[in-house]
Design a protein around this ligand. Structure first.
Ligand SMILES: Cc1cc2nc3c(=O)[nH]c(=O)nc-3n(C[C@H](O)[C@H](O)[C@H](O)COP(=O)(O)OP(=O)(O)OC[C@H]3O[C@@H](n4cnc5c(N)ncnc54)[C@H](O)[C@@H]3O)c2cc1C
Length: 461
């Protein structure tokens, strides 16, 4: 028996017993069949059932509910979209970019309101996000982000802070300023994903676990072929496996799995919190390319997450990649750099998981009425609230409804495939290495490496 509690602190403290639900056995049929019991699959199924209580909806999961990124993430339920507001404006125009930003705000509140309606205590806390400039080299990024939000008429939700204003929120070393964004929350990912599964089952949804989808076919009678039987759908199948979709031959190049790793401290003492501040539990980040995200958990620990574990040839995903000793040691060292007063603190948990990177960095939702295949994916590590939005969009599209949601630039689009190997490996490893060198130079107050413009260009294209 797999001990699923070892995959993250969130699964360990989800309150669920984590023993698998029954497997699919033999042939079955439903109106809508969903691959994947993470947030995307569960939100889609939930909204389908909420709008059509008689619908038969079945979710098929290879492991257990929340096994993927949904049970392992950093707990940011944020209105931050994977593509910057400036790029959105450039690609889709001001109005479409603004609508998408507002829809993201709405998704944060929608997650809270479903939690309330379904009595899911996911420790939802709306403390905002504080993005810190750790060095003068970060300041231009914060200013240009603030200008982009202002152009979209969203400046009321954002505030540029001086170094001393930032220190009033939280005492972190080397801070020159910050951007505060109010419309953001943090939550307990494990409580959310397990609670959503229960809410779905209460509404009549079925979940089979320990059932791997090996292939899928679209058409008038679309179906999933699994390790223990075949399940047909009368209306649609939904592919909601995010980075794990790369394991299906037909979707191998659809997204790129990049590992994000997390380390967690023991609960801090009252005296330690008094030194740090951070009383409003904002989600914290800096402007580093290698990404850092911090959460003050409801039980008083610091969660520090970052990228950096190397991409493996052929988009490999394996348990052993969740623990990359060098990256975890580096993250612990970063935490002590941010908060030197915590020297000697104990780290109690370390885990990680793959995030799905689309080739154009833009999440997608798609339903093809001809093949009856629906999918949503490519959240680039920002899916806690985005999956709520894509779940609502997919549910609408499958039900044949059209509202303003299905007009958003995220709807009915598809990202191009990634390059074939070994080109993919070469390019991704180069980018990972370049980003590390750029951040390191910034940290040491040195000039950016000569190839920084190339890496920055590739990172946007
Ligand atoms: C370490 C980490 C930190 C993150 N931090 C944040 C954060 O703080 N905020 C944020 O917004 N986002 C964050 N993310 C990203 C966010 O968690 C994801 O975008 C989101 O959970 C994606 O949900 P999903 O349902 O699409 O995918 P997943 O949660 O990965 O679920 C996919 C499910 O499908 C199942 N599956 C896949 N293939 C098959 C198959 N063939 N047969 C059957 N089942 C299958 C998997 O087992 C899995 O359970 C983070 C991700 C990671 C890994």
């Amino acid at each position: 028996m797999t001990d699923y509690s070892k995959y993250s602190f969130w699964l360990e403290t989800s309150g669920a017993d984590l023993s698998p639900r029954p497997q699919l056995a033999g042939s079955a049929e439903a109106d809508v069949v969903v691959l994947g019991a993470g947030y995307t699959g569960l939100w889609t199924a939930y909204y389908l059932l909420k709008a059509n209580p008689d619908l038969k909806v079945t979710v098929i999961e290879k492991e257990i509910v929340g096994f993927g990124a949904s049970g392992r993430n950093g707990g940011w339920c944020s209105s931050k979209f994977p593509v910057t507001p400036a790029t959105l404006e450039h690609r889709y125009g001001r109005e479409a970019a603004r609508s998408l930003m507002l829809a993201m705000n709405g998704s944060v509140d929608e997650v809270a309101s479903v939690c309330e309606e379904e009595r899911i205590d996911a420790q939802f806390h709306k403390g905002g996000i504080l993005t810190l400039a750790r060095g003068e080299h970060h300041m231009p990024m914060l200013r240009s982000a603030f200008e982009a939000y202002s152009r979209l008429g969203l400046d009321q939700q954002y505030r540029l802070c001086s170094a001393s204003e930032a220190q009033e929120h939280v005492r972190v070393t080397n801070v020159c300023g910050a951007l505060y964004a109010s419309e953001n929350a943090s939550l307990h990912p494990g409580l959310l994903v397990c609670g959503l599964a229960r809410a779905l089952e209460k509404r009549g949804g079925l979940i089979y676990e320990h059932t791997e989808v090996l292939d899928f076919e679209g058409g008038t009678s679309p179906r999933l072929l699994t390790s223990s039987g075949e399940i047909r759908a009368r209306h649609a199948i939904v592919l909601a496996g995010e980075s794990y979709l790369t394991r299906l031959a037909k979707l191998h190049r659809a997204v790129l799995p990049v590992y994000s790793l997390i380390t967690l401290t023991e609960p801090l003492t009252v005296a330690q919190w008094a030194q740090i501040g951070w009383q409003n539990r904002e989600s914290l980040a800096s402007c580093n390319y290698t990404v850092d995200y911090l959460t003050r958990t409801a039980d008083g620990r610091i969660l520090f997450g970052s990228r950096g574990a190397p991409y493996r040839l052929g988009s490999k995903i394996s348990d052993e990649q969740d623990r990359h000793a060098k990256t975890h040691a580096h993250i612990q060292q970063l935490l002590l750099e941010w908060f030197p007063m915590l020297r000697g603190v104990k780290f109690t948990h370390a885990w990680g998981g793959p995030v799905g990177m689309p080739r154009d960095w833009m999440p997608m939702t798609e339903f093809d009425p001809a093949t009856r295949i629906a999918t949503a994916r490519g959240y680039t590590g920002q899916g806690v609230s985005t999956t709520n939005l894509t779940g609502r969009i997919l549910a609408e599209m499958i039900s044949g409804k059209r509202t303003e949601l299905s007009q958003l630039p995220i709807a009915q689009r598809r990202s191009p495939n990634w390059e074939r190997e070994p080109l993919r490996w070469l390019a991704v490893r180069y980018m990972q290495n370049a980003y590390q060198r750029i951040d390191e130079a910034g940290r040491q107050g040195k000039r950016k490496p000569k190839d920084a413009p190339l890496a920055e260009f590739l990172g946007k294209h």
